[in-house]
Structures are given as structure tokens and as C-alpha cells.
Design a protein around this ligand. Sequence first.
Ligand code: ACO
Length: 324
Amino acid sequence: MTRYSALLGTGGYLPERILTNEEISRTVDTTHEWIMERTGIAERRIAGPGETASSMGEKASRMALEAAGLVPEDIDLIIVGTGTPDRVFPSTACLLQHRLGIRQCAAFDVQAACSGFIFALSVADQYIRAGTARRVLVVGSELNSRLLDWSDRSTCILFGDGAGAAVLGVSDRPGLLSTHIHSDGQYQDLLYVPNSIVTGDSGTGEDDTPYIKMQGNEVFKVAVNTLGRIVDETLEANGLQKSDVDWLVPHQANIRIIAATAKKLKMPMEQVVVTVERQGNTSAASIPLALDEAIRDGRIQRGQTVLMEAFGGGFAWGSALLVY
Ligand code: ACO
């Protein structure tokens, strides 16, 4: 029997606090119009003082388990994609496992910045196909707001907080058709967060303050080209045409990057799940959040083909093609 990973259930969690462009424009030199035109972002969510990647991940995970008709004890592997872990170690996946009240199953994080969920999904898929796991909880959870320099208008406008989760189970019918992941560390200086405690840097110089640093326009150019290539790679690997894809669920960094990928697929924006306007860039959480929203509101139906793709720090990028 060919084993496939089937998507059994999804969940999503967004913190209550909404931060609008207008509010940001009161503290840095920017406008709602500039942010909307360049990014498509109108507002984003900001986690409360007690919230962490594991606490938000727990909320999304419990929703995903309920949607799958499962209880935490049914899970035999937990993989969390996050660039904003509660602790350097142990992993956020271990903390999430404890929050869910389960023990013994393997739990680990995957660090691939904004592509964290796709990388985690890819790892989960290998375990299920190999027969070493039957039910895997895959989570993307991010607390980006605490990694932002709120005086830097080029980065603080872009990001938001949230968590999304998916439960995968083994099936003999096609679910995840393929995943494709890539990395290229030569671009590390275009998008990164210093870790001055570990590197021994002072943490006070411009280059080593503990905040997101990004050369946005350089990242933008590579992202558009790379995502175009990964779409081709994914379709070719499955012998599919662009018209076979029902839904595009992209990483939500910038509406212009999303629109460029949709254009490459010759896909009208009605077939693209877009959350960036209300959520900003939630890094590894953005794809599972978008997927959950479109499944819950009935846009994505069972049997439809969904292409997910992401690009982010590393650079690390990837895709997943799913029959839901
Ligand atoms: N408001 C007003 N002006 C601004 C703002 C702002 N918030 N931010 C920058 N500007 C100014 C710049 O200072 C610059 O001014 P100058 O021409 O006088 O020097 C001008 O706007 C143009 O700046 P660019 O950076 O060239 O603007 P661009 O059109 O590229 O838009 C943006 C910037 C939105 C950041 C875009 O480059 C982008 O989205 N990049 C990709 C981000 C991304 O995909 N990241 C990957 C995922 S993130 C992850 O992995 C964690």
C-alpha cells in the first residue's frame, strides 16, 4: 500500500489586540496609504503579555485536534515551526506537548523562518510515508512583535503574531502529493535576527540588537523569482498543469509577492487565500492560519488541490501540494 499523509484537521489562533497602520503612523514616519500600497497590510495582531509561541500553539492545536476528531493522546509526533521560541531550549514543541498534557511522543522544532510550517510539514510527511508515525501535529507559531525594533519603519509595519496547526494522519488515498524544500545560506545577511548572547557581541551595536534586520527590496526580488521556480518544480514533479490547482495558499509576506506568484500560475486572485491585509506577516504561522480560515469558511472543499508555498530567512523556501 502507498502511504499518504492526509490532512485531518486544522486550527488557528490570533491574539485579541489589533494594531492598525494608523496607530503605527503615530510613532514612526509612515502612513496607512504607504503600507497598504507597498505591502497590502492594514492591521496585524499583537500577542498579550502572558502569551508565547507555545501558548498560542496550544490554542491552535486544540482546535485542529477537535476538527480531526482526535484527542492529544492520539498524537505520536509533534513538530513546531517557529523562529520565536519561548526558550532557546527546550524546544517549543516540548513545551506544547506538556501544555497538551501528553508525554513520551517525540516533539521537536524546525527553524526555517517564514518557511517553518512547510519544512515541518515536509518532515511530518516523511515520517508518515516511512510508517514511523501515524498522527502528527504540525504547528507554526510566532511572536514576531517582540523581535521588532518599533522605531524601524521598514520592518515594524510588516509583522504580526499568531499560530496555526494541522493534524496529519496516515491514509491509503492521496493527501499530500509532494513537498519540496530548499535552503541557501549565502543570503543570511539579507534577513536575520542576531543572537548576541550566544555570539558574544554586545547587543548594542546596530548590527547586533536582538531585532529583525531585513534588506526588504533585495529579499523581495529573490522571493518573487524563487517562488516562481518552486511552483514549476512542484507541478512538474506531479505531472500537473497550472489549471489543476484549485487554491493557492501562500506565505503572507506581501500582497505584491503573492500576486506575482498567482500571476505565474495564471490564477485569479479569487483562488488565492489572502490574510495579509488583516494579519501581516506571521512567519511560520501564516500558511496554517490561511489554510484553517479557508477550510472553516468553506472555500477549500474535500478533494480540491491546494498549493502552499513559502519563502523566508535563510533563505529557506518550499512548497507542498495537497489534495484536501
Ligand atoms: N513608510 C514610508 N516609507 C518607507 C517605509 C514605511 N514604513 N519603509 C521604508 N520606506 C522608504 C524607504 O526608506 C525608502 O526611502 P528612500 O527611497 O528615500 O530611501 C523607500 O520607502 C523605498 O524603500 P524600499 O525598501 O525599496 O521599498 P519596497 O518597495 O521594497 O517595500 C517592503 C519595502 C515592503 C519591505 C518590501 O521590500 C518587501 O515586502 N520585501 C519582502 C519582505 C519579505 O518577503 N520577507 C520575507 C519573509 S520574512 C521572514 O522570513 C522572517
